[in-house]
Design a protein around this ligand. Structure first.
Ligand code: KG4
Ligand code: ZN
Length: 337
């Protein structure tokens, strides 16, 4: 089975072709980052309009790179949520129409299921069951994964997602958008001894997170000190260390509580090298295997949607005749394959 995957949930238009037998055949991406940078964050209406402009040429390019004619496509997968509704509707409308025109089934994929399964595209993929740490701009979740669609949320952020906290702290430090990667770069020049930030919610039991306090802590630290390049770098490093340490403490707890010896880390923040280093060290200590997607599949992409869609289509899953684009959609409501 060969599936065309479309991702348009936020500010990247991603298209890929995945073949169940041959693997990933193509993967193309257009990032809207430059357009939104001017506004310091994603402007939903501009995002939707840009997906309209980019999507059809990208589909052509993805098919061409995969050396695949439209007639060779056996199904179309698109992101149905969660995300920006206008942006999602573009992928849903194009994906469903294309499938209908080609006489093949279409399937609406959960964006976070896409992220969570992205490490399966790598060599030596993780085996079920495992613990997943999903860290993106919109979500911070710890999930036990028994199989595709068998997800139980065991921890989540009660306020900001960790990626959102990176973005807000970067904005506060006037580092630009998107905040995560630039904050990571800035933190490299930071002095680790200057500031120490708290590790929120690690002093009580449980696996939930809270990251909005870290952003406030960064703001107060900034106001109490002379604002210069070194101060910015020192705050960036202290923030990143606290965020990473907090995630690692909760992962350790999750490993010990569930007894699962396999951890999968996915979503935009899983590209962060300080986080990877810390979790790799944790994995050694806990005799646990840790898997990540390749860097370009940590952030949004079409490949993860094509892959997740292919698994569901192969299992014979059919989608309802009505259009689906959901701004909010909990991952633990999905059907098991
Ligand atoms: O998964 P993703 O592309 O989109 C969502 O589904 O939200 O994640 C984007 C998030 C943003 O908050 C971005 O700042 C963060 O991932 N991010 C990073 C890094 N690269 C992306 N955060 C920290 N370090 C990075 N290297
Ligand atoms: Zn995402």
């Amino acid at each position: 089975m060969r599936v065309l995957g479309i991702e348009t949930s936020c500010d990247e238009t991603g298209v890929a072709v995945y073949d169940a037998r041959l693997g990933l055949l193509s993967d193309v991406l257009y990032s809207q980052v430059a357009m939104h940078a001017e506004y310091g964050g994603v402007v939903p209406e501009l995002a939707s309009r840009d997906h309209v402009r980019r999507l059809l040429p990208l589909i052509r390019k993805a098919l061409q790179q995969a050396d695949t004619a439209r007639e060779q496509i056996d199904g179309v997968a698109y992101t149905a949520g969660p995300g920006l509704v206008g942006a999602l509707l573009v992928g849903a409308a194009v994906g469903r129409s294309l499938a209908w025109g080609c006489g093949v089934p279409s399937i609406g994929v959960h964006h976070l299921e896409g992220h969570l399964l992205a490490p399966m595209l790598e060599e030596n993929p993780p085996q079920f069951p495992f613990i997943a740490l999903l860290v993106s701009g919109g979500h911070t979740l710890l999930i036990t994964v028994e199989g595709v669609g068998q997800y139980k949320i065991i921890g989540e952020s009660l306020d900001d997602a960790v990626g959102e906290a990176f973005d807000k702290t970067a904005k506060l430090l006037d580092l630009g958008y998107p905040g995560g990667p630039v904050l990571e770069q800035t933190a490299r020049k930071g002095d680790p001894t200057r500031f120490k930030f708290p590790r929120p919610m690690t002093d009580r039991p449980g696996l939930d997170f809270s990251f909005s306090g870290l952003k406030t802590f960064a703001m107060n630290t900034l106001h109490a000190n002379e604002m210069n390049e070194q101060t910015k770098a020192d705050i960036a490093l202290a923030f990143q260390t606290a965020a990473v340490e907090t995630l690692a403490i909760k992962c350790q707890r999750a490993i010990r509580e569930t007894g699962l010896k396999q951890l999968v880390v996915a979503g935009g923040v899983s590209a962060n090298s300080a986080l990877r280093e810390r979790l790799n060290a944790l994995a050694v200590k806990e005799r646990t295997r840790v898997s990540y997607p390749r860097l370009k599949f940590c952030t949004d992409n079409g490949a993860m949607i094509a892959y997740a869609g292919c698994l569901r289509l192969q299992a014979g899953e059919l989608e309802p005749p009505r259009f689906e684009a959901r701004a909010r959609w909990s991952i633990d409501t999905l059907t098991a394959l």
